[in-house]
Design a protein around this ligand. Sequence first.
Ligand code: 4AD
Ligand code: MG
Length: 467
Amino acid sequence: MKQDLKRTRIAEVLRTGRIGSRYVVMGWVRTRRDSKGGFSFVEVNDGSCLSGLQIIADKGLANYESEVLRLQTGCSIRVDGILAESPGKGQKVELKAEALKVMGWADPDAYPLQKKRHSFEFLRTIAHLRPRTNTFGAVARVRNAMARAIHAFFQERGFIYLHTPIITGSDCEGAGEMFKVTTLELNYAPEKDGAIDFSRDFFGAPANLTVSGQLEAEIYALAMGDVYTFGPTFRAENSNTSRHLAEFWMVEPEMAFCDLDGNIDLAVAFLKQIFASVLTDCGEDMQFFNRFIDSSVIPTLEQLISKDFQVLTYTEGIDILKKAKENFEFPVDWGADLQSEHERYLCEKVVNGPVVLIDYPKEIKAFYMKINPDGRTVRAMDVLVPKIGEIIGGSQREDDYETLLAKIREAGLNPEDYWWYLDLRKYGSAPHSGFGLGFERLIQFVTGLANIRDVIPFPRTPGNLAF
Ligand code: 4AD
Ligand code: MG
């Protein structure tokens, strides 16, 4: 046995491995079966792909009786062996072990992950072990491939990747759903005039975790043209749903000299390219989701790549919903925010695909959206998809100084806090637009996983900060 052989990932062995060549593989045992002929089949997985590699370990190994026959699910091993064609069903190749070393044992009476299928609820309680399951391994690989595809999409188009701050002094959405950042002792916070004196806090002013990088992205768009952010965002909304996280990742392109139509075009091209990339790059994992999670994910993505996205105005959407013979939990009226049941109805029952809903009433959208000539609606766009509802929220931005100032006041915000944002409308203002994509919602859509807690490695939700 050659000790100096380097480890090869199983994905690599399966893709390019040569029959008769020597390989070193390291990973975690999934199963062991013993055959009467004095040898064992050990299935090992190293996370590089869904498939494991079948190891043939026979009694010729010095530690066959003492160790191989004690291998259980979860043990980590190193195998030095020769790749051979596999006569058995289910795999093309197998590795005939010349040496098998146990690196870490896993007591079968205590190890929580056994062969049987576990519920996703249970697996959330062992977030430190769930990536060793097929589903969570596949999610991690798909998430990675999608992140790469997102950067590729923007980089190919000349967008600058911008790092916006996580700690911020402003509330982008104006919805007050922010986590505070402070070093003050909660019990002994200094007070002034009956309120907490933030001038004595770390930053000398109230600080929050950002809900969106948009405002800062606008600054750079109005200097660099096209930029995008891709980072964590935080919302302290108490929504215990299958689509809400307190910490999630958002992708936010922002484009100067771009109106709402250009924004919609970019969003559609963006989604299509990500869908196409995932299907090409993650074929095996996507087959897995299609087979075990939701049998419509692959056909849906394939269809969307070539299909036009339906654009509807909010007013048209409301008309359709009012005529619908459906018992909605929440009433539908012009001026009311759409609930996910309404969004899903439009996608699933009316259009049978994604919907880009535009021109929302100004009262239900953030202060920065550009007002339409009708004075009642704004140049907003939400991209809605079946099963999930909203995955993208965006708009053309208000670029007129006086109008924006009035909108800030109307929203009950203090113009002084937004002086720099207003400055952008004073000096070389230009039409500009952008959107925010909820990365986890997109992963849910792609994988078919019903709960958003299962597409992020360590979910943060109300009452939940395990790990
Ligand atoms: O619609 P939202 O609130 O838009 C913004 O924050 C804009 N500033 C974006 C922009 O124009 N640059 O959020 C954007 C997307 C939503 O469509 C949704 O997919 C996702 O972020 N999102 C969440 N995802 C998971 N958990 C939550 N609590 C989310 N809140 C929003
Ligand atoms: Mg939104």
